[in-house]
Design a protein around this ligand. Structure first.
Ligand code: ADP
Ligand code: ASP
Ligand code: MG
Length: 439
């Protein structure tokens, strides 16, 4: 039988009116049986997401021993949601219990997870559906990775017999019995996990845009809509900053080939974007599927004559970073040069200085230099590899916009070309690439 799992993001949970809209969407299709929700998001620009309010509660708890003051803002959000929904629900009792549990647990993950928990409890009441706590069905292994085997079994057992079920996203339980969250935006992963566990026909991810757009709508006004893209393209784009969907969302779905459909809660009639296991590129289709990027990278540039002939050179350099537990995003290299691209947030000044000293001591480079404030921009598409001159068009477009390219990295899959530019050129560069391939 055809079944859908529907995940609703923060803006789809922002207030009672929107939640009533969600109910209408669910009531309109009886295949929409399993629901995963995020914590209430922003109602207007400048508003604060409930999850961010909860992180503030944890900070206050650490400094004052109680979260009472900061929790007042969380309380007010949920009280007004229940009021707007006009349901009879003892939200005060649930909030009192939650506040006490936060004070007792003193755990950042537990505190952060309560936005999803409270929201799912309310949505389950609105829908008259079964509430399934994520800590009872989503498990992590000893090393912190997700335990699929155990979780899929627990989920299918928990839903059996339920006409409709609501799960809070974003968290599960670790081997120590404590609540553990995914990284930010992780309710998308929870949705994938539920979809895989029940072998859904489709995983509908409901958000506040009518699908995946060719680039960030906050940079280019009304970018082209992407009708469909592949798992691989999604992963490249979301990892590089297109935060419509968490980049790890495809892992639970891959083995079962479950498609994702991005839908807009505020315009449910719009088709949205289909994310499929693979896409056959048609020669008259778009060369480029999408553009995404992120600011604030640091590049460590290393030059040494005959680097290519020195056995184990790259391994020794990477060993220094591994010892310091720093992950490297990209390693563009030439015959005598290599660059290490690292997220600046992971590289505090003292650590960077230590790493530079260690690299000097280990491989004695001729030159070692640090370039800060770099933005990376990925241009992604299956069509790019099969078409001559795509990179020339890309680099010309950037040059014509008078932007200096600091580094280039072409993924070995030929699915993407990544350029590094100064942070200040980031938006301008995305606009230039967009104009070249989409206008
Ligand atoms: P949710 O709360 O529903 O999970 P998110 O804020 O995580 O929603 O993701 C949706 C947002 O992603 C959109 O509002 C949009 O501003 C942003 N976004 C960034 N890049 C893109 C893109 N390429 N296509 C669509 N939206 C994008
Ligand atoms: N509420 C969490 C966050 O803000 C998870 C999510 O929204 O997916 O990151
Ligand atoms: Mg999201």
């Amino acid at each position: 039988m055809s079944v859908k799992v529907c995940k609703f993001g923060g803006t789809s949970m922002a207030d009672g009116t929107v939640i009533n809209g969600v109910k209408k969407i669910l009531d309109g299709d009886d295949k929409r049986k399993y629901i995963v929700v995020s914590a209430p998001g922003k109602r207007y620009s400048g508003d604060t997401k409930v999850t961010d309010l909860l992180y503030a509660c944890h900070t206050q708890l650490l400094s004052c021993g109680t979260c009472k003051k900061s929790f007042a803002a969380v309380r007010a959000r949920f009280v007004s949601i229940v009021k707007e929904l006009n349901i009879s629900y003892d939200i005060d009792a649930l909030l009192d219990e939650t506040e006490a549990a936060i004070d007792r647990e003193k755990s950042e993950d537990f505190t952060a997870s309560r936005g999803e928990y409270l929201c799912a409890r309310i949505v389950a009441a609105v829908l008259d559906a079964k509430f399934i706590d994520a800590e009872d069905v989503i498990f992590f292994k000893e090393n912190g990775s997700f335990d699929g085997e155990k979780s899929y079994k627990a989920i299918s057992l928990a839903v059996s017999g339920a006409k409709r079920a609501v799960f809070p996203g974003f968290y599960g339980k670790g081997v120590d019995g404590k609540v553990k969250t995914f990284s930010r935006g992780g309710s998308d992963i929870s949705g994938s996990i539920v979809a895989r566990a029940i072998n859904a026909t489709v995983y509908e991810n409901w958000t506040d845009v009518s699908g995946f757009l060719a680039c960030d709508p906050r940079i280019v006004e009304s970018p082209a809509k992407i009708k469909s893209l592949s798992y691989k393209e999604l992963r490249e784009l979301s990892y590089m900053g297109a935060n419509v969907l968490h980049s790890d969302s495809i892992f639970p779905l891959r083995k079962a080939n479950i498609p994702i459909q991005i839908k807009n809660t505020f315009r449910p009639e719009d088709a949205g974007t289909a994310i499929l296991p693979s896409i056959r590129y048609t020669p008259n289709g778009n060369l480029v599927t999408g553009i995404a990027g992120k600011k604030n990278f640091t590049v460590i540039f290393i030059e040494k004559s005959h680097m290519n002939a020195e056995v184990g050179f790259i391994c020794k350099v990477l060993g220094v970073l591994a010892d310091e537990e720093i992950s490297v995003e990209h390693i563009p290299s030439g015959i005598d040069t290599m660059s290490l691209v690292v997220e600046s947030a992971n590289l505090p000044k003292e650590k960077l200085e230590l790493i530079l000293e260690k690299i000097k001591a280990t491989v004695a480079p001729d030159i070692i230099r640090v370039i800060d404030d770099i933005a990376l921009i990925a241009t992604v598409g299956h069509g790019m590899s099969s078409s001559v001159g795509t990179s020339a068009r890309l680099f010309n477009a950037i040059a014509n916009a008078n932007i200096n390219i600091k580094l280039i990295d072409q993924g070995s899959s030929e699915l993407n070309i990544i350029v590094g530019v100064n942070n200040e050129d980031y938006e301008k560069c995305i606009r230039a690439i967009y104009c070249e391939f989409f206008k």
